[in-house]
Design a protein around this ligand. Structure first.
Ligand code: TXA
Ligand code: MG
Length: 329
C-alpha cells in the first residue's frame, strides 16, 4: 500500500476526510499525540487499524467527536459529571469512559459495554472531524508497544506503507496521550494520567478521584486492569532505560560514573535531563525514538517532580524504563 502524504491545507484535510468517509485509515495530528483514525461506524475500517498497528484486539480505541452535540451518537446514560467535565475541559486532552451507544461496535470497544470519548482541541483534528461528519475512532499512531508518534516522521517510521494516508502536521503541542477517566461506574477513576490532572478534575467534581494502580496491572499481577491497554508493554525503546532520582549533583555524578562504565563496555549511553515539565511531555517520545534510531544501548532519564503534569510524564517515563528506577545520593 502506498501511504498518501497530505499537508495541512483546507484541501488536504478535505481529502483526508473523504478518505475516512470511504472506509480508509488516516493518521492525523492532535494536541496530544498523532492518532490513526477511521470512521467509527465502519467496522471494517476500524479492524484495519488494529492490523496496521499490530494491536491486540482486546485493547479498545478512543472515539473522537467534534463537540458535545455528537455525544449521544456514541454514548448512552451520560452522567451529569461527564457534562460538567466536558464543559470545563473540552475541547482538550481528556477522554471519558461512558456506557456505549448501540451504534458503537465491539470492534471499537473490544467487547466492553463502555466507550472512551474525546473532543480534541487541535485545529486540524477539529477541521477533520467536522469535514468527515462522523465520529473518528483512533488509537495513537504507532506500532503497538512503541512510544506514541508525536510528529509525522515518527508516525511514518512505524506505519508508512501500512495506512492509506497521513496529515503531515507539526510536533504535537502536549506530547503525551490524553487523560483517561472512567465515569462508567459510581466512583470516577483515572485509568491513564495526562495533561488534565487529578487536581484539575477534582476541583470541578468537588470530590476525591483515585488513580487506578497501573503499576500493579502492568506487572500483570493483581486484578485485571480496567483499561485493557495498560496491561501491555508500552513506550518501550530498544535501549535499556533507567530513571535516576536524587539531587542534581548526585545525578550528575551518577551520569558521569555510568558514562565511564558504558564506555568501557563499548556501550552508547544517552541522557535525558529535562529542566521543564512541559518540554519533557512534549519531547519525551520523540527523544526516545530518536535515541533508538541512533543506536543507543542505555538511556538515563532524570526523574521529574511528580506534581501536576509531572506525575503524568513520570508515568510514561517509568513505563518506558520497565519501572527501573535508581535513587542516587
Ligand atoms: O491522546 C490520546 O488519547 C490519543 C489521541 C489520538 O487522541 N489516543 C490514544 O489512544 O492514546 P490509545 O488507543 O493509544 O489509548 C487509549 C487508551 C488505552 O489504554 C485503552 O485501553 C483505553 O484508552 N481505553 C479505550 N477505551 C476504553 C474503555 N472502553 N474502557 C477502558 N479503557 C479504554
Ligand atoms: Mg497508544
Amino acid at each position: 500500500m502506498k501511504t498518501l502524504k497530505l499537508n495541512t491545507s483546507e484541501d488536504a484535510i478535505k481529502k483526508a476526510s473523504d478518505l475516512i468517509k470511504a472506509g480508509k485509515i488516516v493518521a492525523f495530528p492532535t494536541e496530544t499525540v498523532y492518532g490513526l483514525g477511521a470512521n467509527a461506524f465502519d467496522q471494517k475500517a476500524c479492524k484495519a487499524i488494529y492490523k496496521a498497528k499490530g494491536r491486540p484486539n482486546d485493547n479498545p480505541m478512543i472515539v473522537h467527536i467534534s463537540d458535545q452535540s455528537q455525544l449521544e451518537e456514541v454514548a448512552s446514560d451520560i452522567p451529569d459529571t461527564a457534562i460538567k467535565l466536558f464543559d470545563a475541559f473540552a475541547p482538550g486532552p481528556l477522554s471519558i469512559i461512558l456506557k456505549r451507544s448501540d451504534k458503537i461496535s465491539d470492534v471499537i470497544t473490544a467487547g466492553l459495554d463502555t466507550v472512551a470519548v474525546r473532543i480534541p482541541s487541535c485545529e486540524i483534528t477539529q477541521n477533520l472531524l467536522k469535514q468527515a461528519g462522523v465520529p473518528i475512532a483512533a488509537p495513537s499512531a504507532n506500532s503497538s508497544g512503541k512510544p506514541s508518534g508525536t510528529n509525522p516522521e515518527d508516525v511514518l517510521e512505524d506505519l508508512d506503507g501500512k495506512i492509506d494516508a497521513i496529515i503531515m502536521g507539526e510536533l504535537c503541542e502536549i506530547g503525551i496521550e490524553s487523560t483517561v477517566l472512567d465515569l462508567s461506574e459510581d466512583a470516577p477513576v483515572i485509568l491513564r494520567p495526562g495533561a488534565i490532572t487529578k487536581e484539575m478534575l477534582e476541583k470541578v467534581l468537588e470530590r476525591e478521584i483515585k488513580y487506578q494502580d497501573d503499576e500493579i496491572s502492568s506487572k500483570n499481577s493483581g486484578p485485571a486492569p480496567k483499561s485493557p491497554g495498560l496491561k501491555y508493554k508500552h513506550y518501550s525503546p530498544n535501549a535499556e532505560v533507567i530513571v535516576l532520582r536524587g539531587s542534581d549533583e548526585a545525578i550528575q555524578n551518577r551520569f558521569l560514573g555510568l558514562g565511564l562504565e558504558a564506555k568501557k563496555d563499548n556501550k552508547k549511553i544517552g541522557i535525558l535531563n529535562y529542566d521543564n515539565t512541559d518540554k519533557a511531555a512534549q519531547k519525551l517520545f520523540q527523544d526516545l525514538r530518536e535515541m533508538d534510531r541512533q543506536g543507543y544501548d542505555l538511556i538515563l532519564i532524570k526523574a521529574l517532580d511528580e506534581t501536576g503534569l509531572g506525575y503524568s510524564v513520570m508515568n510514561r517515563i517509568l513505563r518506558s524504563a520497565g519501572y527501573k528506577i535508581e535513587e542516587v545520593k
